[in-house]
Design a protein around this ligand. Structure first.
Ligand SMILES: [Zn+2]
Ligand SMILES: [Zn+2]
Length: 352
């Protein structure tokens, strides 16, 4: 007799109830011996090993950058919130943790428990709202199994965020510890704050330098920083949210990969407030021309909003080309850049 979805659901519910004592977490409650309705079978595909380059080991001298989220505050299925993964053969560093960072890391095949540091550029929610998810899902044994606190780095205020999240989500840590699922030290979120620009991380040959940027004409949005990551001869700069400032060129001159934010609408007179808080493609072109990165990459793409049309990727490039004719890529979620002695190899997510 064929099983109806209702029958299957009831059966699964009963089986799960009986096995409740053994079930530490939902994801750990394996019921593979039960008949699988179609939706569950499809969901299971997310547990198969990924073919994404970020899941592959790196050579000693390679640096890999993966765009986890390239979007803006606009809730989008194709562009998750701002987040960038920087990897060496020893470290996985995440710069900004916008909406969807946990899902994108999972899609990239990077263990949520193997994140060695999260760096925040500023505290607008589109750069922070995925942090709680990454922190807590990372300590769930089958999904990450992190054994120690997640390390958070950034300008003044990251301590406040760590404290606030710890307080807001205290029950999750408490009940998982009480339930014997995780050790107390795994549930920590430890913050290290820096009041001035300079090197904020130096480990296993990776140096992260924080520098000031400016997110609005008055400089009201503080702190606002960008980061440069150096590893051997290789380097990547992440601009953070900024209007054009000298520091991008100062810290980004001749970097291998310059990841820069951009905002553009079809009608360039639309939303002057947005333009006053971001960098348009003509301005970005000027910055790229001066800084001369090996590869310029757009991420944090504010490209239209509700009721205000943006521009196509082609148009974005065309408008950048008014001032810059070097290498340029319009970022997409899960796009990867492998920086090695032989140059920069771009992996497009559609080819994965
Ligand atoms: Zn912002
Ligand atoms: Zn933003």
């Amino acid at each position: 007799m064929g099983k109806s979805p209702l029958h299957t659901r009831l059966f699964r519910f009963t089986a799960l109830s009986l096995s409740g004592m053994l079930c530490m977490v939902a994801a750990g409650c394996a019921d593979n011996d039960l008949p699988q309705p179609k939706a569950a079978a499809a969901a299971q595909m997310d547990t198969t090993p990924t073919q994404h380059p970020a899941a592959a080991p790196l050579n000693d001298d390679e640096l890999r950058v993966t765009l986890l989220g390239t979007g803006s505050p606009l809730p989008s299925t194709s562009r998750a919130g701002m987040s960038t993964l920087v990897q060496t053969n020893k470290l996985n560093l995440v710069i900004d943790a916008g909406r969807g960072v946990t899902t994108r890391l999972h899609q990239a095949g990077v263990s949520l428990g193997q994140i060695d540091g999260v760096f925040l550029t500023h505290f607008h929610s589109d750069h922070v709202s995925g942090l709680a998810d990454l922190w807590m899902t990372g300590y769930i044994p089958p999904l990450g199994g992190r054994q120690e606190a997640l390390s958070l780095y950034g300008p003044e205020g990251v301590g406040n965020i760590a404290e606030g999240l710890t307080s807001a989500f205290k029950n999750d840590a408490d009940v998982r510890v009480a339930d014997g699922e995780v050790k107390p030290e795994a549930t920590g979120l430890s913050a290290t704050e820096f009041t001035h620009e300079g090197v904020v991380f130096d480990q296993d040959g990776v140096r992260v330098t924080m520098f000031d940027v400016q997110h609005d004409p008055k400089g009201a949005i503080k702190p606002s920083v960008g980061y440069r990551v150096d590893f051997g001869e290789h380097s990547v700069l992440i601009s953070g949210d900024t209007i054009p400032v000298d520091n991008i060129v100062k810290y980004g001159s001749n970097v291998d990969v310059m990841i820069h934010e951009v905002a553009e609408f079809e009608d360039t007179s639309a939303l002057p407030t947005v333009y006053a808080h971001h960098t348009n493609p003509r301005q970005a072109g000027q910055i790229f021309k001066t800084a001369a990165p090996q590869m310029a990459v757009y991420s944090h793409i504010v490209n239209g909003t509700i009721g205000i049309p943006g521009v196509s990727n082609e148009k974005l490039v065309e408008r950048t080309r008014e001032n810059y004719d070097g290498p340029l890529t319009v970022g997409e979620d899960l796009m990867s850049f492998l920086i090695s002695g032989t140059g920069i190899e771009v992996h497009h997510p559609s080819n994965i």
